[in-house]
Design a protein around this ligand. Sequence first.
Ligand code: AMP
Ligand code: GLY
Length: 430
Amino acid sequence: MNILVLGGGGREHAITWALAKSPRTDELYVAPGNGGTDAIATNVSDLDACDAQAVLDFAKEHNIELVVIGPEAPLVVGVADVLREAGIAVFGPDAQGAQLEGSKAYSKAFMEANNIPTAQYATFTELEPALAYVRELGAPIVVKADGLAAGKGVIVAEEFEDAEEALQDCFSGAFGEAGSRVVIEECLTGPECSLLAFVSNGQAHCMTTAQDHKRAFDGDLGPNTGGMGVYSPVPIVTADELAEMREIMQRSAEATARDPFESDYRGVLYGGFMLTPQGPKVLEFNARFGDPETQVVLPRLETDLVDIMTAVAEGRPEDIELEWQDQWAVCVVLASEGYPGSYEKGKVILGVDEAETIDGVTVFHAGTTKNYDDELVTAGGRVLNVVALGDTFEEAREKAYEACALINFEGKQYRSDIGKRASLGREAWA
Ligand code: AMP
Ligand code: GLY
């Protein structure tokens, strides 16, 4: 079958890579794609993934039988709704379902209504009552812009003044429309862990756990980023915690299909958890695969991804059976100097092929493209995702770092401690 993937980051390279392995895949298109997807699919760089009509026209013209929506933006504007209405199978929830990610206030109300464990919270549209709530709860406290803010709308305020500043920023338009409403919530503590699930018809099929590293520098220091590295599974999660997280994902999936939420949820539900002393609590839901979580989850998946995605898209969750490789996966992100601030582009990248000769290593591209001389060059803040599989956690880490050392571009920056804390055990979070 012909398949169109929307998006152009490391997540979409990993999805495209997994789809390309299926014997069921004929033509594979990625819009806009990147320097990595270019080698295994056809990039459609001029198709706007948020323009539902343009996507529909493309799909009809190229006999697309399945559209896979990678990022949140097209989901929130309802691209899945338009395609499904026209009879095209889509992997991705409708606009209503995507509100779980598109509005933090909505998401919290959903959790509250369905007894999903989460941080205590309140929603505000004005500064004064928001400040009064911060005074009542006390710092540390978390301020979240309601809408999509490209991962920058969450401020963990250590002091009252930080929260005050964050609230002033939100209400003065620093996050645009996304910040005109804010969620303020209790600050939770503990290790974070993501659990993604394929959701269709109110049924959840959970994938395996993964843990992202959001801060830019070693030791979890520096500014927040889109993610600097990740591993899967998460060794410090107990069997009881995993069971609780799975139960929460199943109950959430059921609630997506039920009145009053009643969405047509056929895609991935991403549960971002904090493992608190009172048990796992949901920090956030996303309506899509995680980036970079996908880059360590899909290489461990043994089941054919086309089979899974068509079953999800056609509302046949009973046909899904997930099988996982019994290996560890570690991913290290190679970024441009200056990221997450400003950075230069167009630096020539060398050594990717050599890195991939290491057994178990795959390099997913995030921000790359080809220049006029057909050389691979940097084109984004996060440039490459170096993924290694190993029989032990340590082996996967070592291979990933060995591969990172073989790849070069001017200004290459990466964390040297991905997975280090997990290898020290649960006490490292005390
Ligand atoms: P979110 O986009 O909601 O996942 O928030 C981004 C990051 O902010 C999370 O990965 C956590 O590190 C942190 N965070 C969010 N909510 C809380 C909370 N209630 N308590 C502590 N940290 C939080
Ligand atoms: N890795 C976090 C996210 O995809 O939202």
